[in-house]
Design a protein around this ligand. Structure first.
Ligand SMILES: [Zn+2]
Ligand SMILES: [Zn+2]
Length: 482
């Protein structure tokens, strides 16, 4: 393990922060090396501690700190859409086409940029790759290479300053703010050399500007124009408004999916599962699962959960366009669920009172017990001495049945001899424990000494085990009952 700090050329200087996510690959023998191949073992802690950040945004410098290109795209598009909503008639054909094209371009991001290229969760044939590359370009969210580089950093450094859309910086920042201002920190290193070798990714990167104009605006406008003569409607609704929805749909994965919902698989980081997020993101809302099992082609693992991206990939597999769909081992998925379930139960357990620990109770001889029982209502059951003073009048079978066993061993009577008491009765009895009878475990059965509520108990790995019958006879000390 190396503990050396990164060399000076790895240090982050403010002037190297922009452009934000462009990788600087090292080239060896004409081949691009993985960007993270030479990082030191302490890369994350060192970088988080030592990286310099851009100055805080103030009234004097804000105009220098904005990303004006992103700001223009993300404001002009909704302005066109809003203008159209008031002044352009929406024809039903255009509406259907806009919704359809929303799904096409959205899938370009979710099934293409995200699950195929960022996570390699399946293999896609060339025709499917070209389709996804063009559809993804229609969503105008940067090239595959740029997007995937940022997304891989997001997964590797989730919730830290090396995560380009760090959820800890707030809902607005993770939704859109990170694109509108120049990043305060350089995102952590993430390798995309596999994408640099992919001819479709290279082709899309090269022609990206043409592709976004073509599939972002010209194509959706032309379909509505040529097919039913609605050129303006096609531009406004299938172009601008649709793009606006696709943008914020994707942005919700970075914001809402790290904010709203449950953590059924792990709660170490912010990603959450919620059906609402899934509905607005074409199925990317099961984000807690996704961050735990990012190479799984699914986000939703239950058949009834909304994950059209998963369905689309499955259909592509059926058509022979996609292969090697990756699924994380069910056993490991269920371990995550079990851990979280146990955590919840542990919390519930910690909210309840249980019988005193064995080492809190004095060990009393039979003679001492008999003597003390003349002054207090004490009964032996299952090797424990109980003070039943507060309970005698509450006893459902009547006070007399308790009273007649004071100063006696009522184990047999309690466990079926007179009445086979319920688990609740046994639990309640254990709360009256005041001592342990020396040598009183002649019955030797755990089910008489361990209350039902404590037979299955959630304990941390470093906590001692449950009280056991064998530990009861180990002490010879004498004492007074508590
Ligand atoms: Zn995420
Ligand atoms: Zn992801």
């Amino acid at each position: 393990m190396s503990s050396t700090a990164p060399s000076p050329q790895n240090t982050t200087r403010p002037e190297t922060i922009t452009p934000p996510l462009t990788p600087k690959p090292a080239v060896k023998d004409g081949k691009e090396e993985p960007a993270d191949i030479n990082i030191p073992d302490n890369y994350v802690s060192w970088t988080l501690k030592n990286q310099t950040s851009r100055p805080p945004i103030t009234w004097d410098n804000w105009w220098q700190e904005m990303n004006w290109l992103n700001l223009s795209i993300l404001t002009i598009t909704p302005v066109i859409a809003l203008w159209g909503a008031f002044y352009v008639k929406l024809r039903w054909e255009t509406f259907v086409w806009s919704v359809f094209y929303y799904y096409v371009t959205g899938l370009g991001i979710t099934a293409g940029y995200h699950r195929l290229w960022s996570h390699r969760s399946y293999n896609a044939s060339k025709p499917l790759q070209y389709f996804l590359a063009m559809a993804g370009a229609g969503a105008v969210e940067g090239s595959i290479k740029w997007w995937s580089r940022g997304h891989r950093a997001h997964h590797r450094y989730t919730d830290t300053d090396l995560d380009p859309y760090n959820a800890h910086k707030g809902l607005l920042y993770s939704h859109i703010g990170w694109m509108l201002v120049k990043p305060r920190h350089k995102p952590g290193v993430a390798d995309v050399s596999d994408l640099s070798r992919n001819e479709v990714v290279r082709w899309q990167h090269r022609w990206y500007l043409h592709l976004i104009i073509g599939f972002g605006f010209l194509f959706p406008t032309a379909v509505a124009g040529f097919c039913w003569g609605d050129w303006l409607g096609g531009y406004v609704f299938a172009g601008a408004a649709r793009l606006c929805f696709v943008h914020h749909s994707t942005f919700c994965v970075n914001s809402l999916a790290h904010y709203l919902g449950e953590s059924p698989f792990d709660d170490k980081h912010t990603p959450r599962d919620h059906v609402l997020t899934a509905l607005v993101t074409i199925g990317e809302g099961y984000h807690n699962f996704h961050h735990q099992f990012p190479m799984d082609f699914r986000n939703a693992i239950k058949w009834y959960q909304y994950d059209p991206t998963k369905w689309f990939i499955s259909v592509c597999e059926f058509l022979g366009l996609a292969t090697h769909l990756k699924v994380f081992p069910e056993n490991e998925v269920r371990k995550g669920q079990l851990t979280m379930e146990l955590k919840r139960l542990r919390k519930a357990q910690e909210g309840l009172l249980f019988a005193p620990d064995l080492d809190e109770l004095p060990v009393i001889s039979w003679d001492s017990f008999r003597e003390q029982a003349e002054r207090r209502p004490l009964v032996v059951i299952g090797g424990f001495i109980h003070d039943v003073g507060h309970f005698m009048d509450e006893h459902p079978g009547g006070r007399h049945l308790v009273a007649k066993n004071i100063g006696r061993d009522a184990t047999t009577a309690f466990f079926g001899g007179v009445y086979d008491h319920s688990n609740a009765a046994h639990n309640l009895l254990s709360m009256m424990r005041v001592g342990i009878l020396h040598g009183g475990m002649q019955h030797g059965l755990d089910d008489k000494s361990v209350p039902p509520s404590q037979r299955l108990r959630i304990a941390r790995y470093n906590e001692s085990g449950l009280p056991s019958a064998s530990s009861l006879s180990s002490s010879d000390s004498e004492g007074l009952l508590i």
